[in-house]
Design a protein around this ligand. Structure first.
Ligand code: UDP
Length: 367
């Protein structure tokens, strides 16, 4: 007999299952898909190239506890993610930084922008685009307008279907303008991918005598039950859409195997202004492979359709957040129900945020 049921074997569910199991609880993990790992799940392609089945997942954190915890279950391959944005026919480093200016503008003009940035911001700081757009300096305004139009407007329209300023500012602030020369997409202390892949990491996490895993088994909520539940799925679905559907963005993923050793000059190239896809990721840049071929992924964002597409991103508008608050409030009447992770908490968590939250939550749950 289980002490706790965990709905979902993604990062939130698997980390909390492990913590509880190590505390001596008997944990039943129910996963509706036929595999563990949630959207981190990866496989080897026939060419021996490791491919992230639900889009690129790059692990990065500055939280030593999170890093130490996961390091018990995997060895790592150091990896710092590099992204370029295809602008005016060339690939410029993203986050937008001094090197991007040098790629996109003649040397003297680039230097003027650099001097203007350094005149108003400390070196190596990050400025959100919506903040830079408010700057009174005319040169910085010109720069902000350029970056806003060329990097953010088109991409955000494809990704979310709205303009950047209609979104919670934290979303575009994830990709700030960088006052310096750091081309890395993240600047956390620890950056790596699991040496043998994410699927193996999850296998190790869930490999504990106190954990029972059932795949292809959807969780059905019983309001009358007093069983403790950690729920990591969509909250509207849990409560039978009683307040209406929560909006999520989904992505249609198109993988292609290309008969070339390399396809592009960075792991991910974003296309803010061309094509219907937002970005192309080439997995060999992330996990080294000897193949003469290469596997790429094009991401076509779309609205999530109930029971038809995968919900990838909660929606960050005031209306969507208000609707979520109704569900979260509804959930409060069930003290044995804990909500955890990107879907259940309707938050734009990165992987390390989820692990941190799962470690805190599961530590609080009594055995
Ligand atoms: N964004 C953009 N242009 C880009 C990259 C990002 O407009 O080239 C905006 C867009 O709104 C996106 C958000 O910044 O949804 C966050 O981007 P991030 O790369 O963090 O998205 P994720 O990798 O989580 O999909």
């Amino acid at each position: 007999m289980a002490d706790v049921i965990i709905a979902g074997a993604g990062l939130a569910g698997s980390v909390s299952a492990r913590v509880l199991a190590e505390k001596g609880a008997h944990v039943l993990v129910l996963e509706e898909r036929s595999h563990i790992g949630g959207n981190c799940y990866d496989v080897l392609s026939p060419e021996g190239i490791r491919v992230h089945q639900y889009g690129p997942h790059l692990f990065h954190t500055s939280n030593e506890d999170v890093w130490d915890f996961l390091s018990r279950f995997t060895q790592w391959t150091p990896y710092e993610h590099k992204v370029k944005a295809h602008i005016n026919g060339v690939n410029a480093p993203l986050p937008f930084n001094f090197n991007s200016l040098r790629v996109l503008f003649p040397p003297q003009e680039a230097q003027k922008f650099i001097d203007a940035l350094l005149g108003h911001y400390a070196p190596n700081t990050k400025v959100a685009i919506l903040e830079l757009k408010q700057h009174p300096n005319p040169l910085l305004q010109k720069l902000a307008d350029f970056v806003y139009e060329k990097v953010f407007v088109g991409y955000t329209a494809k990704q979310w279907g709205i303009r950047p300023e209609e979104l919670d500012g934290a979303v575009t602030a994830r990709v700030p303008v960088f006052v310096g020369e750091d081309d890395r997409y993240f600047n956390d202390t620890f950056q790596a991918v699991p040496k043998e892949g994410y699927a193996k990491l999850f296998e190790n996490l869930l490999n504990h005598p106190n954990i029972t895993l059932k795949l292809a088994t959807p969780f059905v909520f019983d309001p009358a039950s007093s069983m403790r539940v950690i729920y990591t799925g969509m909250l509207d679905r849990l409560f039978d859409y009683c307040y209406g559907e929560l909006p999520y963005r989904s992505i249609h993923l198109e993988f292609e195997t290309i008969n070339k050793i390399w396809f592009q000059d960075a792991a991910t190239v974003n296309y803010p202004n061309d094509y219907d896809f937002t970005r192309i990721t080439e997995f060999k840049h992330i996990h080294a492979a000897k193949s003469q071929k290469t596997v790429i992924l094009k991401e076509f964002p779309c609205l999530h359709v109930k029971n038809k597409t995968e919900p990838y991103y909660p929606f960050f508008t005031q209306n969507a957040q208000a609707l979520y608050a109704c569900y979260a409030n509804h959930a409060k009447q069930y003290p044995n129900l804990l909500l955890l992770g990107r879907l259940a908490e309707y938050k734009y968590y990165d992987m390390d945020d989820v692990v941190e939250k799962a470690l805190q939550t599961a530590t609080r749950v009594e055995k």
